[in-house]
Every structure is written in C-alpha cells, then in structure tokens.
Design a protein around this ligand. Structure first.
Ligand code: SF4
Length: 335
C-alpha cells in the first residue's frame, strides 16, 4: 500500500481578514502572527529537506490561516519554493487551506499555475445563523460558490466543518455534512469545537452564553457527520485538532486525545449492530481489520458495552482479520 503524508507548513493567521469567535490560530499552532518572508522561506526549505522524500506520496500543505488572503507576492514566493521541491521529487503536490470568501477565478488560476492540487475550505457550517453568531464574516452562499469554482477548476475539494458551534444543532451539522458532499468534496475534516483562552468564545463560555460540549456529546454528534461522509465515499482526513501543548491547555471543549478513535468506534458499533440485528443473548463474533481492533477493544470497553446494549448479545468476540476498514464480518454462536 502506498504511504502518504502531508508536509504541514503553518502560515498562522496570516492574511485572515476576520476574527471568528472560536479562533485562536496563535493558540492552535503555538506561533505568532507575522514572520519575515526570508525567515519563513528558510523554514519552509528546512521542513521540505528534513521531512520530505520518505513517503511514496507527500504534499506540501499550507495550513493555519487563510492562505489565499495573504499578500500576493508572499503567497507566490511560498508556492514557488514548494514547486522547487516538487521538481526535485520531494513532494508530489501542494494543498492549501483557506476561507470560502478568499477564492475567486484569478486566485484559482495562480494556484493552478503553481501546481496546487487540493484546496481545503473552512466551511464550518452551512447554517447562516450559526455563521453569523460565530462572526465568520461570510455566509453559506460563499461556500457553495467557491466550492463550485474549485471543483470546476479541477481541484480536489476538502470540506472542513465544525461540531458544537454556538447555536448549532446536531441537525444543522448533519445538514452541513450533506451540503459538503453536494458541493463535490472528495475529502473532509471534522473539528469538534475547542474553547481556547483569549477568544470571544471563552468569554461567551464564562458568561454562560455558550455551553461547551461534553466529550460524550461531541463523540455522538461527530459520529453522525462521519457516517454521512462514509456513506458518500468522502475520505475523512481528520477528526479534531492535532495534539499540541496548547490544545492540552484548552480549558473547555472536545480536546480529548483519542477523539478520532472514539468517534470511529461509535460509527463502527452502529455499522456492526445494524448488521447483527437482535442477537438474543448469543455471542456476537466480529471479524474486523487488524488495525481497527483498538477502536473496539480500547477506551474502557466503551464500544463493546455499546454493542451489547444495541444488539442484546451476551458477549462480543473480536477476531482480527484481513478485511477492509468498516467492512466487518458478523456471525453469532450460542453461549
Ligand atoms: S477564518 Fe480561520 S484563521 Fe480566520 S479568524 Fe476564522 S478560523 Fe481564524
């Protein structure tokens, strides 16, 4: 199997014309806002030289702010350096992340020229009341229009969405996931909301205007959206923010280190219990991909307990097998 990875290069908050209530890019990346271009380029070269080349496929990934909103000469300088490393075979392509209202045909033609292949769009929600409450500074129409331009331009679209934003509901999140599928995304990321200090959301939390999700609720709501992507064949690249010291220090919200595993375990138990139906006190035997056993067996037996509750089986036997992910084989036997 081919190995793939991103070579992430953070352009923290740079160029972003906005200040969403939940955003603290400095807190997420742990870096300050603006850097001298020469220093930034030196860091990009260092990252490409030290981390590139050890995988079958890798993409230089400009994350962290709104890449297409940074000054044009700075954006092109970074892309030109990335292109040098593509020419040297260190990376096979470039991905960037940006806001829906920072995309237009002219920007897309520049990205195309510099061999950008994947564009990640911070959609977050397609519910306009949620976007307004979060002070996103754009509406859902911007997401639909920019995603259309991206897909028509021949780029791969990755839709990023959030769970548990102020005044958001599980229904509006499921709708957002369906909308991202409709936009033509081939990839997605789901970020359950984390509350960082020194953000408006932190103040809203302290005043009681916003109630952060408990872990259990975050897992359930995220799992529902994951299922939408799974059923539509959209590849889920990530659940939750990457682990960092700053994330550990976030005082509220869904910053559990194993959030992704918990969500996948929830989805997996739904799939298995749908297949198994009522086991009427028998032993449920589940053949699953070897790499997925921790999803079901770890985390204090959460998934196993859920399987017992949903199927009425007496015991669950997990049998590691050579199967594809999320394609388990189910049998039962008497106690
Ligand atoms: S658009 Fe992104 S970088 Fe800009 S304030 Fe919002 S979350 Fe932060």
């Amino acid at each position: 199997m081919k190995t793939h990875r991103n070579l992430p290069f953070f352009v923290p908050h740079a160029g972003c014309p906005n200040c969403c209530v939940f955003c603290s890019q400095t807190k997420i990346t742990g870096e300050k806002c603006e850097k001298e271009l020469a220093l930034e380029i030196a860091e990009l070269r260092k990252m490409c030289e030290s981390e590139g080349g050890s995988f079958d496929e890798s993409q230089i990934a400009f994350f962290g702010g709104s890449f297409t909103a940074i000054k044009r000469d700075r954006m092109e300088a970074l892309l030109a350096v990335a292109n040098e490393y593509i020419a040297k075979g260190v990376a096979s392509g470039i991905r960037i992340s940006t806001r829906p209202d920072c995309i237009d045909e002219e920007i897309l033609s520049i990205l195309k020229r510099y061999r950008v292949t994947n564009i990640e769009l911070g959609i977050q929600s397609t519910d306009d009341s949620v976007l307004r409450k979060c002070e996103r500074g754009h509406d859902s129409r911007a997401s639909f229009e920019s995603s259309k331009m991206i897909v028509n331009g021949g780029f791969e679209l990755c839709g990023q969405m959030m769970i548990g934003l102020p005044i958001s509901s599980p229904e509006s999140e499921i709708q957002t996931a369906h909308d991202i599928v409709r936009m033509g995304a081939t990839e997605a990321r789901i970020y359950p909301t984390v509350v960082f200090e020194e953000t408006k959301l932190y103040d809203m939390t302290l005043s009681g205007e916003y109630v952060p999700m408990e872990l259990d609720e975050a897992v359930k709501r995220t799992a529902k959206c994951y299922r939408v992507f799974l059923d539509a064949g959209v590849k889920l690249l990530r659940i939750g923010l990457h682990a960092s010291e700053n994330l550990k220090k976030a005082p509220y919200g869904a910053n559990h280190q194993a959030l992704g595993e918990l969500v996948k375990g929830e989805v997996y138990t739904d799939i298995i219990s749908d297949m198994a139906g009522d086991c009427g006190g028998r032993i449920l035997c589940v053949h699953i991909r070897r790499a997925d056993t921790s999803m079901l067996c770890g985390h204090s037996g959460r998934a196993i307990a859920r399987l017992k509750e949903k199927t009425g089986c007496a015991e669950v036997e997990i049998i590691p097998s050579d199967l594809p992910q999320f394609k388990p084989l189910i049998t039962t036997r008497s106690v």
